[in-house]
Design a protein around this ligand. Structure first.
Ligand SMILES: *Cc1c(COP(=O)(O)O)cnc(C)c1O
Length: 407
């Protein structure tokens, strides 16, 4: 069946000004109104085309509307979309089995958004601390890192160190300790007999793609094992092929006790997240203690299974690793020519721009005019995270556009 494209009667400018009075101002989007997309390309209301180098903050690792994912979603839409977990559905077992096999862990707790996966992990870690570790009631602590980003709920912003994410949203949830990222001695000092878990991003995405020293994740694994607390890796942004491996922790062959996945798990179609863990950990949850109306719904499970199938081929991890070299070489060539430094792994980079040239926002606007979509993170840093389906030519043309903007 072919469907005529949906075209709105209003121009980009009209749509942008129509949003202001009716839409909460919690974002400051670039002035582009996307109407269609395919693969690595998006098209605005006027038909202008842009190369998408943000990929929905890695929710679009397989590009826009990947044919296998769209087909899985279409097929499922015609069959069954929602049951709630009051009943079983015929898609959930396969999704959980596939995800467990992909990650090398035993059990899956399906949720929807990333923040829900983090919240779920906090609850599971606390329950594990009381029931398994024997921490006195209501005394459990979780150690987190400075510069973290784990989502936007009240509990999660309670342990954020970004003032704009916290200010005005107190009172905050107690039970968290913040230590510097990439500092094993500080982590060791913060862990005590009340520690349920250490919760970290193996690479800090929102902070500007901050990559810890080699050996840090192995050190975290050793420390937490010795201290008898859990290691929770938030791979909601770093996972599922982005860094050139299935998981960012794979670069150090580290297996966390709990793994948090989201973003790309939904194939850019539906929000799908999951806590994946050992049976000894997720097994603490019993009926009635935690849940979600939409978590594990058949549409999400069908799309999530199709995502797992794509990753099981290894093709996307390989592309990210190979094209990551092109990205790295391109950024090295720009270093000293407007780029003051960068951090990159796989198809993921945080690029620091000389503040004399412009803020990250300004560079993003200039790239928009060149037909390339990126997003600034902090101050003068921009983040590059193209779909893993990008071609070498497309990546090189985006790097050339960055060169023109900086030159
Ligand atoms: C995006 C993100 C989250 C939150 O995910 P949402 O789906 O926006 O709730 C949590 N952790 C990390 C590392 C993220 O990048």
């Amino acid at each position: 069946m072919t469907v005529a494209p949906v075209r709105t009667a209003r121009s980009s400018a009209e749509l942008i000004s129509a949003e202001a009075p009716v839409l909460a101002h919690n974002y400051h989007p670039l002035p582009v109104v996307v109407a269609r997309a395919e693969g690595t390309w998006v098209e605005d209301v006027e038909g202008r085309r842009y190369l998408d180098l943000l990929a929905g903050y890695s929710a679009l690792n397989f590009g826009h509307r990947h044919p296998a994912l769209i087909e899985a979603a279409h097929r499922q839409l015609d069959q069954l979309t929602l049951t709630s977990r009051a009943f079983h559905n015929d898609r959930l077992a396969g999704f959980a089995e596939g995800l467990a096999e992909l990650t090398g862990l035993d059990m899956v707790l399906p949720m929807n958004t990333g923040a829900e996966a983090v919240e779920s992990a906090v609850k599971v870690a606390r329950k594990w601390a009381y029931e398994v570790k024997g921490v006195p009631a209501d005394r459990a602590t979780i150690v987190v890192a400075d510069g973290n980003f784990h989502g936007r709920t009240t509990t999660i912003v309670s342990f954020s160190t970004d003032e704009s994410a916290r200010a005005g949203f107190g009172p905050f949830t107690p039970g968290f300790r913040v230590v510097p990222y990439n500092d094993l001695a500080a982590l060791e000092a913060a862990i005590d007999e009340t520690t349920a878990a250490v919760l970290l991003e193996p690479i800090q995405g929102e902070a500007g793609v901050v990559i810890p020293d080699d050996g840090y994740l192995t050190g975290v694994r050793d420390l937490t094992r010795r201290a008898g607390c859990l290691f929770i890796a938030d791979e909601i942004q770093s996972g599922l092929g982005r860094t050139g491996r299935t998981l960012a922790v794979d670069h150090e062959s580290v297996r966390p006790d709990m793994l948090l996945l989201g973003k790309a798990l939904g194939g850019g179609i539906v929000p799908v997240s999951a806590v994946v863990a050992g049976r000894d950990v997720l097994g603490v949850l019993r009926p009635g203690e935690h849940g979600s109306t939409f978590g594990g719904n058949p549409l999400s499970a069908a799309v999530g299974s199709a995502v797992v199938d794509l990753l099981a081929t290894g093709e996307f991890q390989r592309r990210a690793a190979d094209l990551g070299e092109v990205l790295r070489n391109g950024l090295e060539a720009l270093t000293g020519k407007g780029v003051t430094g960068f951090r990159a792994r796989g198809l993921w980079a945080g690029v620091d721009i000389d503040p004399a040239i412009g803020t990250g926002r300004r560079i993003s606007e200039l790239l928009l005019a060149e037909g390339v979509l990126v997003k600034d993170t902090h101050g003068s840093t921009i983040r590059l995270a193209p779909p893993l389906t990008i071609t070498r030519e497309e990546l090189e043309s985006a790097l050339a556009a960055l060169g023109r903007v900086l030159g």
